[in-house]
Ligand binder design. Sequence first.
Ligand SMILES: [Cu+2]
Length: 143
Amino acid sequence: MRTRRPVIAVVLAAVAVVSWLALTAAGAFAGGAQQSKAGPCSPNGTALSVTAFDGKFDKDCLAVPANQAFTIDFDNLDRGIPHNVAIYEDQTAQKTFYKGELIEGPNKITYSVQALPEGRFFFRCDPHPDMAGTFIVGNPPPS
Ligand SMILES: [Cu+2]
């Protein structure tokens, strides 16, 4: 029995290390999947959805795959207030990638947007430029 002890210790240590790695990996994955309020997000399909309520978007980051057309289901819950979703190259809004039709709430619309190249862009509501966020296409390098 005395000779087996070290083996058991090694096995237990290995199990501990593997468990730790698994937990660490799970933690990193959960962190990467979280894409609500904190900065850059990652593409997850070609069907986006955004809601406007109380003069705010419910998301400050949207992401789509590069070079694929996509849709944005836009739900404006603000009664009597027109909002839209428009995508620009950057915050100067000089170069327009897509300008969604304004709709007055409560109303919904599905925007169909052409494929965009990889990059880190910008979206906003045109009448209310404070309603804005990051628009990620593909997997651009960190800014
Ligand atoms: Cu607006």
